[in-house]
Design a protein around this ligand. Structure first.
Ligand SMILES: C[S@@+](CC[C@H](N)C(=O)[O-])C[C@H]1O[C@@H](n2cnc3c(N)ncnc32)[C@H](O)[C@@H]1O
Length: 326
């Protein structure tokens, strides 16, 4: 038996509790024998509830850029012998491009964005501001740039821009200045040193009452290190190409930057005509590629947030592939 894998269908025992899993199952509306592309396999929590709905029959293509998910994928595959399963260890944007190019057509594509509880709990990976660890934050450890590289090498303006844009950090400028002052004599190697600088560079009242003072800077660095928003933008149109007509795309986001990209991409793909609004008739002939099924974003219930506080910021949007362009 594989040591840290999840061998039961009991959600409460999962190493990462899949958020909005009931809603994902209901909206994807799968039948036995269908094909799913799961762009963010993680511990396979969503995979297990979707496979159950498919009565263990069909095809499950799992994607994840973190090689540590192999153990969870191996357990999932072993528990579903009648399913065709495959793991692609890559950025989902790249994997979806290859799947589209090879003509794969799926009934569902799922993207459950961000990082998993396992990644946060693997303290040596530096995702957590609560434990001192190497300042790394790469989901894929073969990528060349760590959070320490960004903190030690980017200029003050660029660091402030990242903290401000990806973390909505109010004291972005002060923190960036303090980092640049310190790193000349003492380059950053550990998360604890960065937390220390953040604590020292924001006003004392701001240290209390708005969550951990390093939370926003850590989120911003993680997004930048992993180019999370760029990957998402690229992946959304590719996901549409991978869907068969009537197939569904479900995306779970965890902060407003991601949700804005998802909402915008689904809206644009469902609009069709791209002619200037003052043209009396459409000259472009562009047909909508998606139909949005969730005009209002789907949020977790209070019960789910009670069971899994990490779900609090989760937002689900779902769209269906039309016949256009297929
Ligand atoms: C929130 S977790 C997914 C959890 C999963 N749905 C479950 O129920 O266990 C996100 C996972 O997606 C992976 N991931 C995030 N962005 C990715 C990307 N651009 N390409 C591939 N994998 C990505 C992370 O490594 C992580 O394992």
């Amino acid at each position: 038996m594989l040591p840290s894998a999840w061998h039961t269908n009991d959600i409460a025992e999962a190493p990462h509790i899949p958020v909005l899993h009931r809603e994902v199952v209901a909206w994807l509306d799968l039948d036995p024998g269908m094909t799913v592309v799961d762009g963010t396999f993680g511990a396979g929590g969503h995979a297990r509830v979707l496979a159950e709905r498919m009565e263990g029959r069909g095809c499950y293509v799992a994607i994840d850029r973190d090689p540590n998910v192999h153990v969870h994928f191996a357990a999932f595959a072993a528990d579903h012998p009648d399913m065709r399963t495959r793991l692609i260890g890559a950025n989902f944007a790249l994997a979806l491009r290859n799947l589209a190019a090879t003509g794969v057509r799926a009934d569902a594509v799922l993207l459950d964005l961000g990082i998993s509880s396992m990644q946060v709990d693997e303290t040596e990976r530096g995702f957590s501001y609560s434990t001192d660890a190497p300042l790394d934050m790469r989901m894929d450890p073969s990528e060349p740039r760590t959070a320490a590289n960004l903190v030690n090498e980017l200029d003050e303006r660029e660091l402030a821009r990242i903290f401000n844009r990806y973390g909505e950090e109010r004291y972005a400028g002060q923190i960036a200045r303090a980092i640049c002052r310190r790193r000349g004599s003492e380059p950053y190697a550990r998360s604890g040193d960065l937390v220390d600088t953040i604590r020292r560079s924001i006003p004392t009242p701001a240290l209390f009452g708005q969550g951990h003072p390093a939370k926003r800077v850590f989120q911003a660095l993680r997004i930048a290190v992993n180019d999370e928003l760029g990957s998402l933008e690229n992946a959304l149109s590719l996901a549409t190409q991978v869907l068969r007509p009537g197939g569904r795309l479900a995306v779970i986001s965890f902060h407003s930057l991601e949700d804005r990209i998802v909402k915008g991409a689904m809206r644009d793909a469902s609009r069709g005509c791209v002619c200037p609004p003052d043209l009396p008739i459409c000259g472009c002939g562009t047909e909508p590629e998606l139909r949005v099924l969730t005009p209002r974003v789907v949020r977790p219930t209070d019960d789910e947030i009670g069971e899994n506080p990490r779900a609090a910021s989760a937002r689900l949007r779902v769209a269906e592939r039309t016949v256009a362009g297929t």
